[in-house]
Each structure stands twice: as C-alpha cells, then as structure tokens.
Write a new protein. Structure first.
Lengths: 280, 306, 395
C-alpha cells in the first residue's frame, strides 16, 4: 500500500515531517506532566520544560499517603467492576440486537443513543439526592451504577457492531458437524466473539477510569473517591508548598494503564471506536 | 392442500418459535434496559420534581413547592446567561477547530506513507488520557509560577484573565478530542472508494475539487454523526474548566454552574432546575441536528450511512 | 449411506408464507440428486429441513425409513457443504476437517488418519497447517468438502457449493465433485440455481417453482420431456423459444407460418384435449439453415420460413442466429417468472419476440441478410397457456 506508484524520497520526507508534528502534538502535554513529576520541589517553578534535577521524591510521597493509595484502589476497583458488569449486560443486549428479531429493539437502540448524548450533569442533582436517601452516597456502588449506565450505550454499540460481523452461518455449520448448541457456542462462536468483547472492555474501562464529574459529586471522603477526583483535593507536603509535584506524579501513575492499552491494542481500539460509528 | 396445512393446526406451532425468540430478546435486553432507565429516566423525572421546589440543604425545613419560581430565578439570573454564553462559545469554537484539525489528522492517518501505526497509536493518547490529567498539564503549562508555555509566550498569568482563560480552555478541549473526531472521520474516509477518486481525477478534478466535490459529499453522513456527538459532548464541558479556572472570571460553563449550586451551594432546587434546562438545551441541539442536517444517529437508520 | 424420503413435506413461515408445499421426493441410497429452481423457489429451505436446521411444518422426513423430523442436526449423521464454505476462521485446515470427528469423540490416531486420507483425496495435504484466510477460493471449497467427507456421513447436503468460484474453476470443481460422489457412493442432495450444474451433475433433477415440485427426472428426460412451460424454459441454454400459436386440423399456426404436426405430436395433442390457443416451444437446435439440407427431407419433416438475421454469433462449433419474430409474444405467468429470474425482464429485450436458432457451422448466414430457416415439426412442443401444462408430454 505504501509504495503504490512513484513514492519519491521527497514525499516520504514530507510525510515524516507531518508524522513528527502529530507525534509532538500528542506527546508534549504528556511529557510535560512527566517532567513536572520528576522535578524537585525547588525547581518546580523554574518554568523550564525539562527538569534540571531528577527526583523520585514525588512518587515516594504520593505512595506514602493514604489519600492517593486509597484513591488508586477505588479507581481500579470501581472501574473494573463497572467494566465487567457493563460488558456482560451489554453482551446480552448486543446479542439480542444483532441476532434476534423482537419488538422494542429500535426503542432500546434509541434509548441507549439518547443516554450516550445525555448531559451527565443533569443527573448529578437527582442522583445526589437519591443516593443520599438510599445510603449509596460516597460508596462504590454509588459510582458504579452511573458508570454502568453511561458505559452501556458504548458497550451495546461496539458489541453489536462486532457481533454483526461474526459469520453466524458457522453456528449452523457446527451443528451439522455434530455440535450441540453449547458446543457450537463454546468452540466456534466464543473464540470469534472474544476479540470484540475484549476491545469493548478496554473502551469501557477507559470511560470509567476517565470520569470526573460523578466522582467529585457523588463522593465526599476518601472512602470512594477515585484518583481524578482526589487530584483536585491534593495539598502540598506543607501548607506553603504547591502540590504540583504530587499531582503530576499521581497523574502519571493513572496515565500508565492508558498508555499500555494504547501501545498494545491500538488496532483494536481504533476498530472499536470506528465500527460503531460507521456500520452502526 | 389445506387439509394438511390448515392454519389452526400449524400456526400455533410456528408462532411458538417466534414467541420464544421475542421472549429471549426481551430477556437479554431487560437488565441493560432496566439499569439505563433506573439511572436516567427516573432521576430525570425526579429532578423535574425537585426543580419545582424550594429545597436548600442548608435550610431543609424551608422545603416547599414553589412551581416555576426556580425557573424564573435561574432564567433571570445574569450568571446563568453568562455561563450559557460561555458554554455556547466554547462549544462552537472548539467543534469548528476540531472538525478542521480532525479532518487534516484523518487525512494524514489515512494517507501517510510512513509510520502509519505510530501515528495512529500516538493519536489515541489524547483520546485515552484522563481529562483531569490533561487539564492539569495545561494548567501547569500556563500557570505563571510553573508554566513553560507562559514563559515561552511571555504571558502574565493568563489564567487570571477572561479571554486568555477561555482560549486555554478551548485549547485543552481541542487537544483532547480532536483525535476522536479524526478517528470518526477516518472511518468515513474509508468509505470513499479509491476508484471514485481516480475517476474524478480522470474527469479533470484537482486535489481540492476531489476533496470538496467527491470526498466531502460521500463522507457527509460520517461528518454529521461526528459533529453531533462532539457538539453534545462539548456542551457538557466540565472537567477542563474545573481544573483550569474553577469558573473564575466568568469562565463558568452551565455544567460548572449546576455543580456549584448543587455541591458547593447545596441548593437542590436551583441545581435541579439547571439540570433540567441543560437537558432541554441538549435535546434542542440534537433535534436541530437531526431535522436540519438530516444527521442519522448510528444504528438508527442503516440507509442514512450507506 | 441412506435413502431419504420426503413425504408431503411442507414449510410455512410464521408470517404465513409457504416456502415448500407438500414435497414428495424419494432419494435412493447413493443417488446424486439436484434441487434446482430460481431464487426463492424453496430449494434451500428444503435442504435446511433435511439438515435439521429448519423445522418441518407438516409432512414427514425419513432417513433409512426412520422419521427424523424431531432430531437435531447432530443426530441425523448428515454433512453439509455451505455456499460460503463456513470454514472456522480460527482453526487451521487440519482442525477444521477434524472438528466433526473431535465432536464425535473419535480418538486422536483415527482423527489423524481420516483427516490425512481426506486431505490426500482432495489434494490438500500441503495446506493442512494453514488458516482458511490464507487459502484460495478453490482450496477453501475443497476444505469444506473435506470437512464433510471425513466422518463418512449417511448423506451429503450441498448448498450451491460452487457458486462463489470463478467460471473456469467452477467447471473443474464440477467434475471433481461428480467423481468424488461416484467414488464415495454417498447419497447427495445438491442445491443449485445453475442449470448447467443441474444437467451435468445429477442422476436425477428436481425442478422447483415457488415451493412446489414441478418435475423429477433424469436431466435428459427433463430436457426432452418437460412437464410444463416452466421446466421447458428453465432447463436448457440458450432456452427454448416460445411462440403463441393456434391449433387447426393437424396444423399449428404460428408467426413462423403454418406447421403440419407429425403424427406423434398430433396424437399427443389430441389425447390431451388441447385448447385452440396454445404456446409452441421449439429448442434452438431444432432449427437449421435450409441451404444445408436436402430439400425433399426438409419439406417432409418440417416447416420453412424466411427472416432477416439480426445477430449472428459464431461459437466455433455452431452458429447462433437471432431473429425478431413479428406479432404477439407468448404470455404466461411461468414465462414472466422465468424472465424475471434470468434478468431479461429488465434489459428491455422482450424474450418472446426474439428467436434463437442454433445452425450448423457451415451455414452462410450473414447479419442483416434474409435466411431460409427450417425447423423440425416432430420436435415442436405444445403448451396450454392457462395451466402451462405440456400437451405433448410423453412421459
């Protein structure tokens, strides 16, 4: 593909330049945070892009505080549980949408679409009040519930797009080859559906990991505050010190899983994001 | 023939299968539908109810039904309209910039001769990164104490002035969401057959004409879907403003205002009123998109997007 | 190996559509039978019912005398080759072919032996470790066949297995399917819409139209003695010419002039109680250039007309001459359906008005010039336009 026609060295050089621009665009803000996280407290205000002195102190500090460690545990736990539930529920619904014919299917697709575009802040006031009454305020389930809700449309779309791509005739073929329905599912359909499910799980996890509005509105203590919310409550090591170093170090820590996903599953994430949008 | 195939004997047997399919369909969708409705539809109704009451958690004993008084209060309040204006400006400006930049980025990702995988990988980083993390990066970059960008541009505390603050908010928003726009547009680009472009160049179209006369019309459905999604998403902007300015110097968005009234002010009545108003505004935007531009939401109308 | 009997088998869908109506077919042990018909005629539904992939609404399906209506596909011991091949993309060729055996809990050594043997028969030995995505169309088709034959089923069901191959490969695979079936002598039900496959492959052909069996018989019998207009028009390429005609005293009047019917044809028509207005059918090969014939013989055995050659196609072995016939075109529901299926309804060409003749290669016919053409009066078939029945049916 890359060498169709007369791709001259000049064109390659031009594209290399464009690529470098894009890489710089994407990476500079990230590198800046990394740089801040390695700066010593004294050099934080030198306004230079690169640290003049490197230190691990900021990382040591945040891992020594309960504030951050607890938030990290909350973030991981809440995002994982939400992802698992949203993907399982989404799988069931997406299978029905992709494979079965039943009245109300269009309504379900419509509703999930509405929710995908829903102004989340509109839910903050009623949820705040309802969760206080139900005793869910400032608990894990109190965040998991809205996360599942807003992750479901994403999960249903992506999964039904993937499920539609599965050659379901293979199920028939497996039956003709002597498989029971359960065997046909386990040995033929499941291996083919797994990549789509995995991709969806990544997208849903990123979504839950990213949330700030619910995290800051529906929590009030360290008990269930996730890292993005906790960051805005960080204070410096002393009263006179800005929390720049700690915030940057914590920011880098919660960016690591994102970088890992992107590096290893780039192709899948792109496929997942675009499949729902184009093929519907 | 009819003595074997008479309907009374065959139809119940057949519709059994159909009924089973329906039942299974409903059964599989029920959990997702119930969760979605319980956590959105019910709270929305509840927030309409709350918005009709005077309900301040600092004075819980004063709770009473006040009809549309809260709406009158919010709609006659200058802060609300300022926030509404700020939100609209941020939405329009950032979506326009994202569309142009996103299209360029999509073309680059689609056409680049070198490092296609690398380009696609790095562009996913802004998409995936936690918004708050990115917002802090911009905050420290423009902060007068720590910022390399503030130093570079010689700006005196840009985050304490209104216009520079808004520009930085838009910059943060555009940086984060352009890759998502680009990915959606790239999927649209993949729908333009190469042969169509070759045919256009045989017909004498230059590169610009091929782009405007062939690619854009074919991509129109994908562009509209991307615009609709991003407009509604931009309208609920919160994270970036919260971190960058906390809404100071009249840079508050409607989401920010709602949050302030609700969590800071603990005024559930006013907060709920704002929630309902934002919901209505978003519904109007979606309606306008669908009616005016004929944008078809994904999955809604297969014919609309080829 | 098995005998398969369809006893008044019907399929009605929940929306009330009747896909197959009271099909009565007895497929002998080891027989190669073809189900053919235009799209939507119910042939695939019939195959799926035999497979057990679709329920039977009424009637009985017996395999080796045993009712199997209620049996799951896996308990019928039947293998199927799908149009799309339905190869499992995540398994290698070897795993694909071994899959039915593994499900049947056959031991490893036997699996290996049987897969190797099937691979050898189908010339797939060097591809056993590849994934389906890396195979050519013909190789995939052979893997699908291999997966069907490894477990020695009672019968093979094939659903248009060659329709995704290009023309040349299709001819090649056609002969190898035929050879393989003879070698294994396994009962085979083969669905196709390609009438060439129908003619060349099967022991017997079942022609279907809107869910109803039109005629069952050997390919040659169907060609020579179609039971009705539909079978006459569907079997044969190029297809039979149809002209409206009027029956008189031992004579048939058509746009090609009067024809004196042969004694054989006259007796059949009389016995059938034919109406006055009929449709005459003549196959392209029953025409000839008069200049190449003995004048006496021509006059005695047939009828002659003169017309201008519209188009002449020289095929090397024969020449096809196309004429336009003045006057009305033959009209019937069956002919309309055939035209719709072959797509000629959309091309603007009215099928009834064009006459296709196959002439000897030595003919001096030229485009745009008039030609004297003879046709065989004994080979004229006469149809009832209202029912479509062949009034000259000799079966």
């Amino acid at each position: 593909m890359a060498v169709i026609g007369g791709s001259t060295a000049g064109r390659k050089a031009r594209w290399t330049f464009v690529d470098l621009l894009i890489v710089a665009y994407a990476l500079i803000p990230v590198l800046w945070t990394v740089s801040l996280s390695f700066k010593t407290a004294a050099s934080q205000t030198d306004r230079n892009f690169f640290p003049s002195e490197w230190t691990w102190q900021n990382y040591k500090d945040i891992f020594a505080t309960n504030e951050f460690v607890r938030a990290l545990v909350n973030s991981i736990g809440i995002a994982l549980i939400s992802t698992v539930i949203a993907v399982v529920l989404g799988m069931m619904a997406a299978y029905a949408i992709a494979r079965l014919d039943f009245p109300g299917k269009r309504a379900l697709v419509g509703v999930s679409l509405l929710i995908a575009m829903f102004p989340q802040v509109s839910l903050v006031s009623p949820l705040f009040e309802m969760e206080r009454q139900l005793g869910l305020f400032d608990t894990w389930p109190g965040l998991i519930l809205p996360y599942i809700t807003f992750a479901l449309p994403l999960a249903i779309y992506t999964l039904s797009a993937f499920f539609r791509e599965i050659p379901w005739e293979l199920e028939k073929a497996a039956k003709m080859d002597g498989a029971t329905p359960a065997q046909a599912f386990r040995r033929v359909i499941a291996p083919l559906a797994a990549p789509g499910v995995f991709t969806t799980a990544i997208l849903v996890f990123i979504f839950c990991w990213n949330d700030f509005l619910f995290a800051i509105s529906l929590t009030s203590t360290e008990r269930s505050r996730t890292v993005p919310a906790a960051l805005s409550f960080f204070t410096g090591a002393s009263q006179f010190e800005a929390p720049t170093g700690s915030i940057s170090a914590a920011a880098v820590v919660i960016t690591i899983p994102i970088i890992v996903f992107v590096l290893f599953f780039q192709r899948r994430i792109v496929a997942g994001l675009t499949s729902g949008a184009v093929k519907g | 023939m009819s003595h074997v195939l008479d309907r009374p004997s065959t139809k119940p047997v057949l519709s059994e299968g159909k009924r089973a399919e329906r039942r299974l369909g409903w059964l599989l969708c029920a959990p997702a539908a119930i969760v979605m409705l319980a956590v959105t539809a019910w709270p929305i109704i509840y927030s309409v109810w709350l918005s009709l009451q005077r309900y301040d958690l600092r004075f819980p004993d004063d709770r009473q039904f006040v009809g549309l008084a809260n709406y009158a209060a919010v709609l006659s309040n200058g802060y609300w309209w300022t926030a509404f204006g700020v939100t609209t400006v941020i939405t329009v400006v950032s979506v326009v910039i994202e569309l142009v930049l996103g299209m360029l980025l999509a073309l680059a990702m689609h056409r680049t001769l070198v490092g296609r995988g690398l380009v696609r990988t790095v562009t996913l980083i802004p998409y995936g990164i936690v918004t708050v993390v990115a917002a802090f990066s911009w905050f420290y970059a423009w902060n007068s104490d720590t910022g390399y960008l503030a130093a570079l541009f010689g700006a005196e505390a840009p985050l304490t002035q209104r216009i520079p603050s808004l520009l930085i908010i838009i910059l943060a928003e555009v940086w984060k969401t352009t890759p998502f726009m680009a990915l959606l547009l790239m999927a649209g680009l993949a729908l333009v057959p190469d042969d169509l472009l070759r045919a256009a160049s045989m017909d004498g179209a230059n590169a610009w004409q091929r782009f405007t006369r062939v690619m854009l019309p074919v991509m129109k459905p994908a562009i509209l879907v991307a615009l609709l999604f991003r407009t509604l998403d931009a309208f609920r902007i919160f994270d970036n403003i919260f971190i960058l300015t906390k809404g100071a110097n009249d840079t508050s968005s409607v989401s920010m205002q709602t949050y302030n009234n609700l969590i800071r002010g603990l005024n559930l009545g006013i907060g709920s009123t704002m929630s309902v108003l934002i919901f209505v505004a978003v519904a109007i935007i979606a309606f306008v998109f669908v009616k005016l531009f004929g944008a078809s939401a994904p999955g809604n109308d297969p014919g609309g997007k080829r | 190996m098995a005998e398969i009997v369809l006893d008044k088998v019907s399929k009605r869908y929940p929306d009330g559509a009747l896909a197959v109506s009271e099909a009565d077919i007895t497929i002998a042990d080891g027989e190669f039978i073809i189900l053919v018909g235009p799209s939507g005629c119910g042939k695939s539904t019939m195959l799926n019912m035999i497979a057990g992939l679709e329920d039977i609404s009424a009637g009985e399906l017996r395999i080796d005398g045993e009712r199997v209506n209620e049996k799951a596909p896996k308990d019928r011991d039947i293998a199927m080759v799908f149009q799309s091949y339905a190869l499992y993309p995540h398994m290698s060729v070897r795993e694909n072919m071994a899959f039915p055996l593994r499900l049947a809990k056959v031991d490893d050594a036997t699996v290996r032996r049987k897969v190797d043997e099937a691979a050898r028969i189908l010339d797939l030995t060097q591809h056993l470790d590849r994934k389906p995505a890396n195979l050519s169309g013909g190789q995939r088709q052979r893997v699908a066949m291999g997966r069907a034959i490894v477990r020695n089923p009672k019968a093979f069901l094939m659903d248009e297995p060659l329709s995704n191959l290009d023309a040349k490969l299709r001819v090649q695979m056609r002969t190898s399917v035929s050879k393989l079936q003879k070698q294994l002598a396994t009962t085979t039900v083969y669905v196709t819409h390609d009438q060439t496959e129908a003619m060349t492959l099967g022991d017997r052909v079942v022609v279907l139209r809107s869910g109803k069996v039109q005629q069952i018989g050997s390919p040659q019998f169907l060609y020579d003695n179609p039971a009705n207009l539909f079978v006459a028009g569907f079997i044969g390429s190029p297809s039979m010419n149809f002209l409206p005609g009027t029956l008189g005293e031992g004579e048939l009047m058509t746009a090609l002039g009067p024809v004196t019917l042969s004694d054989r044809v006259r007796r059949l028509v009389e016995a059938a109680g034919a109406p006055r207005e009929v449709i005459a059918g003549i196959r392209p090969e029953h025409f000839e250039d008069v200049a190449l014939m003995d004048a006496d013989h021509a006059a005695r055995s047939g009828s002659t007309f003169t017309a201008t050659v519209d188009v002449l196609e020289s095929m090397g072995s024969d020449k096809y001459a196309y004429f336009t016939v003045e006057g009305e075109t033959a009209a019937s529901a069956e002919l309309d359906e055939l035209a719709a299926d072959s797509g000629t309804a959309d091309t603007g060409a009215t099928p009834g008005s064009q006459l296709v003749t196959r002439l000897s290669v030595t003919s001096h016919a030229r485009e745009g010039e008039p030609l004297d053409v003879w046709f065989d009066a004994d080979k004229v078939q006469v149809f009832d336009p209202s029912t479509g029945r062949n009034l000259t049916y000799a079966g």
